[in-house]
Design a binder for this molecule. Sequence first.
Ligand SMILES: CC(C)[C@H](C(=O)O)[C@@H](O)C(=O)O
Ligand code: SF4
Length: 464
Amino acid sequence: MSKTLFDKVWDSHVVRKIEDGPDVFFIDRHFIHEVTSPVAFLGLKSRGVNVLYPQRTFATADHNTPTINQHLPVQDPLSANQLQALEDNANEYGISHWGLGHQKNGIVHVVGPENGITLPGATIVCGDSHTSTHGAFGAIAFGIGTSEVEMVLSTQCIMQPKPKKMRINVNGQLSKGVGPKDVALYIIAQLTTSGGTGYFVEYAGDVFENMTMEGRMTVCNLSIEMGARGGMIAPDQTTFDFLEGRLYAPKGEAWTKAVEYWKTLKTDADAVFDAELNIKAEDIEPMITYGTNPGMGIGITKHIPNAKQVEGGEETYKKSLAYMGFHEDDVMIGKPIDYVFLGSCTNGRIEDFRAFAEIVKGRKKADNVTAWLVPGSHVVEAQIKEEGILDILTEAGFVLRQPGCSACLAMNDDKVPAGKYAVSTSNRNFEGRQGPGSRTLLASPIMAAAAAVTGKLTDPRELF
Ligand SMILES: CC(C)[C@H](C(=O)O)[C@@H](O)C(=O)O
Ligand code: SF4
C-alpha cells in the first residue's frame, strides 16, 4: 500500500496496536528543559521508577535563563530553582545536561539539530509545543505534556492515536524579501490557528525543496500555531549535508547506511492525504501580524481587515484589536514601534542573524527602539562573531545578548513593558506573551531589522 512520509516513520515506531485505542509508540530521542521536566522527575521518584534509556534523553536550560551576565548566579529564585532541579535530575539519572554557561547550551529546538541529535526518520518528543521544529529533518516530532514526559522517561514510549494527514504544497518563486517566516505566517493566516487541528502536516513543493535547513525549521516550528500536531519535510541532500559530521550524527559506515535509509523517506507518488492545500509562492508578501493570535497576519502593504471580513466572533476580533491599540482598516506601514526581538526557536539561528545584518549594515538603530538580539545557542553566538556579523551589529548600535528563549515568552527579565509594541521574530503574539500588557507583532528577521533601523513598520523591500 502507498504510504506518506509520515506513515513510513510512524508505522516503523509502533510497538503495539491497541484495538480502537491509541498506538504504543516508541520514542527515539527525548529533549527536556527546566519548565516541564521537574514535575515528571518528581513523579518518577514517588513511584520509585528509573529512567529506562538515559542516553536517549538530552537536557538543556533555556526558558528561565538570563541573556546577560550568564556567568553570575541567577537572581530570580524561581528560575534558579528550576535550573537547579534540571541539573540535579540530569545528574541523578545519568542524562547529558547542557546547563547555563555550557558551550553547547541554547534553546532546545536549536541545539538538538545543531548537534545531530535530530535525525531523519526519528521520533522525537519534548515537553514543549514547538518540538514540531525537528520535523524539518523528516522526523516525527511533537510536544507532549508533563505526565507524558514522565512516561517517556520511564518506558521510552507514549500512547498516541495516529493523527490525520495534511499536505501543504507551496510552489513557485518567492519574491525578494519573502522568506520562510512569511511563508509560515501566510499559511497560518489562510488556515487560521485551528485549521490544522487533528492533522500532522507534510510541507511539499519546490519552495521547501529549495529552502535551507534553517528555513525549514522556521516553517515546521510554526506548524503548531495552525493547530497541527506537527509538521515535516522529506529529507534530501540539503538535510544530509547539514547533518554530516555533527556530534551525534552517525559516522563512517553507519552514516552511509543511514543516508541510504533516509533516502527512502518520501511520500509515495499515489499516497493519499486527508486534506491538501496548494499555495502559489508569488502570492506571499512580507508578513506582519496585527492581532493576538498568529493567524491574524497580513502582507505588510495591506490594511487591517474589517471585522466583517474575518471568521469567528466580531466581538473577539474587536477586543483583540483594542488590546493592540489598532483599528479596522488601519495601514500597517508607518506604525511606530518600541522594541525589536530577534531570536527564539523560530528565528534565532545563524541565517536569521545574517538576514537581519544584511538590512542593518551601514545603517543605525533608531533611537526610539530597544533591541534584544538573542542567539538561539552558543554555537550560533560563536558563528555570529566568526562571520563578522557582530561587527556589523555593533557598528549599527546593537548589542548581542547571550542565548536563551528570552523575550519569546518573557520567563526571564526580558519583558516588553505594558502598552509597548514589539516587532518580534518569535512565534506567539498572545496577550501578555512578551510581558504583561505587551503588544507583539510577529514578523521575519528582515522585517524586524527594517523596523529596528527606521523605528516604525517599514516594508523591508525598500531597504535592499
Ligand atoms: C514553557 C513551555 C511549556 C512552552 C511550550 O510548550 O510551548 C513554551 O516553550 C512556549 O513557547 O510557550
Ligand atoms: S524560544 Fe519561545 S517558543 Fe521556543 S521553546 Fe523557548 S519559549 Fe517556547
